[in-house]
Design a protein around this ligand. Structure first.
Ligand code: WT7
Length: 663
């Protein structure tokens, strides 16, 4: 395997030592299994389903689900969401890998997230509690959120947005972000959300690829006490995008921005017009109509717009959230991700609302103004389920136990982790200090592509720190060696998914061939995730990391190609290479190697200038940790940079097979 991410803290092997039986064999310094509390297991949604189906154990239910996946998913599609018209075919495999789910079904995700709740007692239930970094709060009942989304949908329609149009949304973490997304869904337009931490070039290329005629942004956003100039970045990004006709601007910071007459309109002005009625007739969509596209970094070239659809997607996310985070009517759920990432799409904007949950959304940085910010939010709102990323846990861990210990965290019952492998040390801290040993950690492995959790525990699963445990109901996964044979226990291999699932991506926007090539051609008929993994003797999966040129920085996915092209867009840079190296808090950090053009000299100042430049072009998350000035780069004879060699050198590891290295 090439260029594999090596994590020093990921356990190489796992010996099976029963924690509870007290078996001391092997003199292991860590217990293998962490068992969930009995009452949690007994009252869980998943156990209720096990019993209802007449099974004796979860494992029996799982076996049934993978023998009858279509029956399982259809059962979920009937229970958890409402359809305007039922489907004719559960799964159409006739044009694989362009799978279709719930063919013939009519549905709208916004109907299930909002419309249906306001017809029930949930009308006045709190849907969303939002807290800003500055300490403001806003609360929306389902009725209030529904009305607000309707008003937005009316405005979008009045601005000419139609079914199938692509709307680019570039907003901070404010309620208007989910509102804008839900309004697009109501109108039947695809949203393309660009994370507020991205910058000019990233936004520009996404608008261009999607050919969005309408962009929604804000006069700015708050992060770490500073204003991010979203409108200014938007202006720069669309300077060379003639396709953009309209920019809707949300007033957030009150900072002054330039409004271009005829193009830019304040959203609050439009919402004050009679067209912005709080009633809207939700579009009836086909199950396979696209719901959104979300760009993600790939191996080469420009980011890919992954397309998710209306029907199967909502079935997949509602099912996984219901069973994994065990959402009940009285839960206060908090996913601390940004709605701009798939985690936020599936498990902030859509999933919790479909299930009628109450959720918290927090705008700012975890340690602003002090490292107890998150724990004070848990205490203040009585959060019961907290879902975050290893990088955030490691970041907060650094400040010590005193900060969380100052707060009453007893409302918590389940914890979650996503984005990258969680190192056992961070897992144990999260488990002990935050969960007080009572709250199982749902380490959910999934991707922008998968749309929903794929390998994950549920509240009944015995846990091992650092493992996402086993595939979810209806999902069959495996680890294969280079030849496509199942890898042996604890042997590294490629993570594959063996059959289609409802929330899977349907294609790459505008590039169906790349979809086939990227995901379905390594092993025909199987979905290749792009991750290296191993399975232990208990069948538990251990994800190691990306095997392609994707770097996970603080859980964010960045392509080496993007960072490199940002660098060479600076006049001083002739050539550049980017690699990821282990970092204590970020998981990986971007290290770059730069060849300067003639007439430029390496200096500390230039290095800093280049770091700033990448930050300005791509966004602060892409700012390299290190710039190394070099005279040459290791290349193959065909001229491809051998990042694996750079990485091996940087880590002081053997450089491996150099037979293709340029002489
Ligand atoms: C990649 C997908 C899924 C939402 C956020 C990331 C890594 C994700 C885990 C986990 C180990 C994980 C994989 C995957 N990853 N979750 N629980 N354990 N690795 O979505 O940006 O599309 O990234 O994130 O490498 O391929 P994404």
């Amino acid at each position: 395997m090439t260029d594999q991410v090596t994590r020093s803290d990921a356990p190489a092997t796992v010996s099976k030592i029963a924690a509870v039986s007290g078996d001391k064999a092997g003199a292991a310094e860590e217990q293998t299994f962490y068992y969930p509390p009995n009452d949690l297991v007994e009252t869980s949604n998943i156990m209720a389903y096990v019993r209802e189906k007449g099974f004796d154990s979860y494992d029996e239910l799982y076996e049934w689900s993978i023998k009858n996946p279509q029956e399982f998913w259809a059962d979920m599609a009937r229970r958890l969401v409402d359809w305007y018209q039922p489907w004719d075919t559960i799964l159409d495999e006739s044009n694989a890998p362009f799978y279709k789910w719930f063919v013939g079904g009519k549905i709208n995700i916004a109907y299930n997230a909002l419309d249906r709740h306001v017809k029930t007692w949930r009308k006045n239930k709190v849907a969303l509690i939002w807290e800003s970094e500055q300490g403001e709060t806003k609360t929306f009942t389902y009725y209030q959120l529904w009305q607000q989304v309707n008003r937005w949908a009316n405005v979008l329609k009045a601005m000419g947005v139609k079914r199938g149009d692509r709307v680019t949304i570039y907003l901070p973490r404010i309620p208007e972000l989910p509102i804008a997304m839900l309004a697009c869904a109501k109108v039947g337009a695809m949203h393309s959300v660009v994370y507020g931490g991205f910058s000019v070039e990233a936004l520009h290329s996404r608008i261009q690829d999607a050919q969005s005629r309408l962009v929604i942004t804000a006069d700015g956003g708050w992060m770490n006490g500073k204003v991010v100039e979203l409108k200014k970045i938007t202006d720069e990004a669309i300077r060379t995008s003639p396709v953009v006709e309209t920019v809707l601007v949300v007033r957030r910071t009150g900072h002054e921005v330039t409004m271009q007459p005829g193009r830019d309109v304040w959203m609050h002005d439009l919402l004050a017009l009679p067209i912005a009625s709080p009633k809207f007739e939700t579009e009836v969509m086909d199950a396979e109509d696209p719901l959104y596209m979300l760009y993600t970094s790939g191996t080469t070239g420009a980011p890919k717009g992954l397309v998710h659809t209306q029907g199967g997607y909502q079935v997949g996310i509602a099912t996984t959230l219901h069973f994994v985070f065990d959402i009940k009517e009285d839960d206060v759920y908090w996913c601390a991700a940004d709605p701009g990432w798939v985690t936020g799409h599936s498990y902030i904007v859509y999933g919790p609302l479909i299930l009628g949950a109450t959720q918290v959304m927090y705008e700012g940085a975890p340690s602003y103004p002090y490292p107890n910010r998150w724990w004070s939010i848990v205490e203040k709102y009585g959060v019961t389920v907290l879902y975050t990323a290893p990088t955030a846990i490691r970041g907060l861990m650094r400040f010590g136990e005193a900060w969380p210990n100052r707060h009453d965290l007893s409302s918590l019952r389940l914890l979650g982790s996503v984005g990258e492998p969680i190192n056992p040390e961070a897992w144990r801290w999260y488990y002990r200090v935050i969960g007080k040993g009572r709250c199982p950690i749902m380490d959910t492995w999934w991707q922008t592509e998968t749309g929903m959790f794929m390998i994950t525990p549920n509240p009944t699963t015995p846990l091992k720190p650092g493992s996402g445990t086993k595939p979810f109901l209806g999902i069959e996964a495996d680890v294969l060696n280079e030849e496509g044979q199942p890898a042996g226990p604890d042997e590294d291999g490629l993570l594959v998914i063996k059959r289609p699932w409802p929330a899977m991506l349907r294609t790459i926007y505008g590039d169906p061939e790349r979809y086939v090539r990227q995901y379905w051609s390594r092993f025909p008929g199987l979905y290749t995730a792009g991750d290296a993994a191993r399975k232990d003797e208990d069948g538990y999966f251990w994800v190691i990391g990306r095997i392609d040129d994707v770097i996970k920085v603080s859980g964010y996915r960045l392509g080496t190609a993007e960072v490199e092209s940002a660098l060479v867009s600076h006049p001083a840079v002739a050539e550049a290479a980017a690699i990821g190296l282990p970092h204590e808090v970020k998981g990986n950090a971007i290290h770059t190697f730069v060849i300067l053009r003639q007439g430029y000299e390496a200096s500390e100042e230039l290095a800093e200038e280049l770091r700033q430049h990448v930050g300005k072009v791509l966004g602060p998350i892409a700012r390299p940790e290190a710039i190394n000035f070099v005279a040459s780069l290791p290349k193959t004879r065909s001229g491809k940079i051998m990042r694996r060699v750079l990485k091996a050198r940087a880590l002081g590891l053997p450089e491996g097979d150099l037979s293709t290295l340029e002489a």
